[in-house]
Design a protein around this ligand. Structure first.
Ligand code: ZN
Ligand code: ZN
Length: 170
């Protein structure tokens, strides 16, 4: 549960202990969704008239393809997060770290803020390991698993070729 009664919240801070499902309608098409529900826990309290402050943790997991060899990689995401929610029309509306809510609604819904915080926190790309050798650019062999016959011409990194080119006196 990530929705809280606004009137009750104004009177008393609440303990947040909820989750955001990967198939929640709050997610948009292109989002880097979590592989399992994101667990959100912490404390939600008023921060003055028309403002609420959340501080706590967000934990989840993403499954992504390694950017070099395309093997699936599991990445744990565990972050301390905090954000401010201000009512629509508040002067902080331009601040990207402030989320807006409708003061006329009965419930304060944290899902939008959790989604955006997740998108900022989860990695945009991953590598299966620091020394991943990637795929052969010629035949597509996963070079972490074996070498291929074209390895001789592709072990030169592109950077190496570029640097040599730059050193060229022409
Ligand atoms: Zn890899
Ligand atoms: Zn090859």
């Amino acid at each position: 549960m990530l929705s809280f009664d606004l009137r009750a919240l104004e009177a008393k801070a609440v303990q947040v202990d909820g989750s955001l499902q990967p198939d929640d309608p709050i997610w948009e098409e292109a989002d880097n969704r979590p592989a399992e529900p994101i667990r959100v826990s912490g404390r939600l309290s008023t921060a003055g008239e028309g403002r609420f402050y959340f501080t706590g943790t967000m934990e989840g997991r993403v499954e992504m393809a390694c950017r070099l060899c395309l093997e699936d990689v599991d990445v744990e995401v565990s972050e301390n997060v905090h954000f401010l929610l201000a009512e629509i029309g508040a002067e902080e509306a331009d601040d990207p770290e402030v989320f807006l809510y409708d003061p006329n609604a009965r419930l304060l819904d944290l899902r939008g803020a959790v989604r955006e915080t997740w998108l900022l926190t989860a990695p945009a790309f991953v590598q299966c390991r620091d020394d991943c050798k990637g795929l052969c650019a010629t035949c597509g062999t996963n070079l972490n698993e074996r070498t291929c016959s074209c390895t001789q011409t592709t072990t030169d990194s592109r950077w190496g070729a570029l640097l040599r080119h730059q050193g060229d006196p022409h």
